[in-house]
Design a protein around this ligand. Structure first.
Ligand code: OAD
Length: 227
């Protein structure tokens, strides 16, 4: 079976990485427009670099959780394609190899002049750290107001999927939140989230009201065999 898995911050919450919204969320402590927009980068690049340096340190210190591992194991039986809004590499570290990052990757940086000039980055970035074209390196992250170039391949994956699994996203950031709507009308959609995200009601959407660490195993053991 071809399974498209759409993941958000809740997927990595049990690895100790903060989600964005809600009490204790990242956007409670920071203003999006100060740290995650092209305007912020122009106005105060040092602040933006500091914000993402903290995110990178957090990701490098974290480990994949049972949910990430279960998805990697699932790929031994099925054709599993992960489309993540997360900038961490915890799916890859769990062993998943078909992982598409919609919003970029914190362990990479790129030239601010040439979006195609991407390098690995596992240490803090500072002003004066230059790409090979001589331009300042910036985090390889999709900021609010920027295009989401990976949407097109992501849509193709969702269109071809037999089952859609949505894990740990509040479904409020577009275009990511619209992705599942490109699926075949007969493809069932399962949503793993301890709280029901904002989604239009539909008979083919079923909620698994659990955290990712238990919800993925529940889906694999109890639901998938019956499909
Ligand atoms: P949010 O922080 O908006 O939502 C996290 C979701 O995870 C919520 O629906 C929680 O109920 C759920 N959740 C919390 N703990 C969970 C757990 N242990 N298991 C499963 N689910 C859990 O995060 P995203 O939806 O990923 O974009 O946010 C989308 C985008 O907004 C991010 O990619 C980021 C952000 O601004 C950019 O920075 C471009």
């Amino acid at each position: 079976m071809r399974i498209a898995v759409l993941t958000g911050a809740g997927m990595s919450a049990d690895s100790g990485i903060q989600t964005f919204r809600g009490a204790g969320g990242l956007w409670e402590g920071h203003r999006v427009e100060d740290v995650a927009t092209p305007e912020a980068w122009l106005r105060d690049p040092a602040l933006v670099l500091q914000f993402y340096n903290e995110r990178r340190r957090g990701v490098l210190a974290a480990q994949s959780n049972r949910g990430h591992l279960a998805l990697a194991e699932l790929a031994q039986q099925h054709d599993v394609h992960i489309i993540t809004q997360n900038i961490d590499d915890l799916h890859e570290r769990a062993g998943s190899n078909k992982v598409l990052h919609l919003h970029g990757e914190i362990v990479k940086a790129r030239s601010e002049r040439n979006a195609g000039l991407i390098v690995d980055c596992r240490t803090d970035l500072h002003l004066g750290d230059l790409a090979s074209d001589g331009a300042q390196l910036r985090p390889h992250i999709v900021w609010f107001g920027e295009m989401v170039p990976m949407m097109e391949p992501a849509i193709g994956i969702v269109e071809d999927a037999d089952v859609i699994l949505i894990i740990g996203t509040s479904m409020v950031v577009y275009p990511a939140a619209s992705l599942f709507q490109y699926s075949k009308p007969q493809a069932p959609v399962f949503v793993i989230n301890p709280e029901q995200p904002e989604m239009s009601r539909s008979a083919r959407i079923q909620f698994i009201t659990q955290r990712a660490v238990t919800g993925v195993d529940h889906f694999i053991q109890e639901i998938l065999p019956a499909l």
